[in-house]
Write a protein that binds this ligand. Structure first.
Ligand SMILES: Nc1ncnc2c1ncn2[C@@H]1O[C@H](COP(=O)(O)OP(=O)(O)OP(=O)(O)O)[C@@H](O)[C@H]1O
Ligand SMILES: [Mg+2]
Length: 224
C-alpha cells in the first residue's frame, strides 16, 4: 500500500514561487491502477518525481508497504529506485549509447534480477511491446518516438516493480500499440499486485483505471 500524506513541493524561480504540489494526500492499494489527470503544468510530473524519489519534497510523507521513504539513506533510496519502482518518463530517458535490449538488460542488472535469466526476461518484455528481433538491437536514436516509448515501458516493467509510475505512456503510440500498453499496465496491477499510477490524457487508459485523481494547480482531488 502506498500512503502519501501532505506532500508539498515549491519551485523558487526568478518569476516567483511555483507551488507545484500542494498538501497532496492519497492512498493506493497494491493491485490498484490509478489514473492521474490534469492540465499541462498542474503538477503531475512533479508528483511522480517525488514518489519516485527523483526529487525531494519540502514536506510530507510517502510510505510504501510500511516503509517511510523519507527515512531511507542514500543506499536505500538507490535500491528503492532500481528495484521497487518502474518509471516511464515523458522523455523516455533511455541511455543513448546502448541498444534497446541493452537498456532493458541494464535495468534488470540494477534490480539484481538473477543473472542467468536476464536475457530471457529482456527478450520476453521486448516481445510483449512488439519490439523483438532486429529493432531490439538498435540504439534509441534509430528508433521512432513510439518505439522508444515502448522500450521505456519494457524497461520499466522488466523487474516486476511494486510501484509503476507512468507519465503519458501512450502519448506517441498508435491505437493498437496503445491498447497493448494499457493491457500491460492493467495486468501489472491485477496479476502482479503492483500499484500503478498513470498520468494520462487518454480516455482509453483512464477507463481501465480503478480510480481517477485530478490535480489542479498542485491540489489533488478524487473524482467520484
Ligand atoms: N525544475 C523546475 N523548476 C521550476 N519550476 C518547475 C520545475 N519543474 C516544474 N516546474 C513548474 O511546476 C509546475 C508543474 O509542472 P509539472 O511538470 O509537474 O506539470 P505537468 O502537470 O506534468 O504538466 P504537463 O502535462 O505539461 O507535463 C509548472 O508550473 C512548471 O512550470
Ligand atoms: Mg508532465
Amino acid at each position: 500500500m502506498l500512503k502519501v500524506d501532505n506532500l508539498n513541493k515549491t519551485f523558487h524561480t526568478a518569476a516567483g514561487d511555483v507551488h507545484a504540489v500542494r498538501n497532496v494526500s492519497f492512498n493506493a492499494d497494491n493491485g490498484e491502477m490509478v489514473a492521474i489527470i490534469g492540465a499541462s503544468g498542474s503538477g503531475k510530473s512533479t508528483l511522480l518525481a517525488l514518489l519516485g524519489l527523483l526529487d525531494a519534497p519540502d514536506k510530507g510523507s510517502i510510505d510504501l508497504d510500511g516503509v517511510e521513504l523519507a527515512n531511507l539513506d542514500s543506499g536505500g533510496r538507490t535500491k528503492y529506485r532500481s528495484s521497487q519502482v518502474g518509471f516511464v518518463f515523458q522523455q523516455f530517458n533511455l541511455i543513448p549509447n546502448l541498444s534497446a535490449r541493452e537498456n532493458v538488460l541494464l535495468a534488470l542488472e540494477y534490480s539484481h534480477w538473477p543473472k542467468a535469466d536476464r536475457a530471457r526476461r529482456a527478450d520476453e518484455m521486448l516481445a510483449l511491446v512488439g519490439l523483438d528481433g532486429e529493432k531490439s538491437r538498435r540504439r534509441p536514436a534509430r528508433l521512432s518516438g513510439g518505439e522508444q516509448q515502448r522500450v521505456a515501458i519494457a524497461r520499466a516493467f522488466a523487474a516486476q516493480p511494486q510501484l509503476i509510475l507512468a507519465d503519458e505512456p501512450t502519448g506517441s503510440l498508435d491505437k493498437s500499440t496503445g491498447q497493448k500498453i494499457v493491457a500491460l499496465l492493467r495486468s501489472a496491477a491485477s496479476t502482479q499486485g503492483a500499484t500503478v499510477l498513470v498520468v494520462t490524457h487518454d480516455e482509453k487508459v483512464a477507463s481501465q483505471a480503478d480510480r481517477r485523481l485530478e490535480i489542479d494547480d498542485g491540489v489533488l482531488a478524487e473524482i467520484a
